[in-house]
Write a new protein. Structure first.
Length: 143
């Protein structure tokens, strides 16, 4: 009896690269513009991380462990805003977990899901570096 060879397990770097190939990832400035145009910015960081690092006051908090249930329109636990056509911009601390989460949302048919390159840390750095008065700095600051 011969056993079939198991495929080599994928590494997390391979899984992440595959997820990101499907996404049109946004810079913090692009994500701010998308939010102003009606996209739902979703902060998936745990409460302790938000408390330690800060928050975007306009982001909807949906922690990672319930994200798919809250945004899948067919779920009994979905938010009223859930729709397969909803533009969702997922935000984590550094832009890794958010890529995997956005790809999972795409797997559910939420085809406009994406994430922020560099996550909240990049958004906060962009805010700190943006000169005031030139239109590049958003009006909604993190807390």
């Amino acid at each position: 009896m011969t056993r079939a060879a198991r495929p080599r397990p994928r590494t997390i770097d391979e899984v992440l690269a595959e997820a990101r190939r499907r996404l049109h990832r946004l810079t913090p400035q692009q994500a701010e513009a998308a939010s102003a145009d009606g996209a739902l910015v979703v902060d998936i960081r745990p409460a302790a991380q938000r408390a330690a690092e800060g928050e975007l006051p306009f982001a909807t908090v949906i922690e990672r462990n319930v994200l798919e249930w809250r945004l899948d329109p067919s779920s009994d636990a979905s938010l009223p805003v859930a729709s397969h056509d909803l533009e969702v911009v997922v935000l984590c601390q550094e832009g890794y977990t958010s890529s995997l989460a956005a790809a999972a949302l795409q797997d559910l048919g939420i085809h406009r899901a994406t994430d922020v390159i560099g996550g909240y840390a990049a958004w906060r750095a962009w805010l700190a570096d943006a000169p005031s008065g030139d239109g590049a700095r958003p009006t909604r600051q993190p807390t």
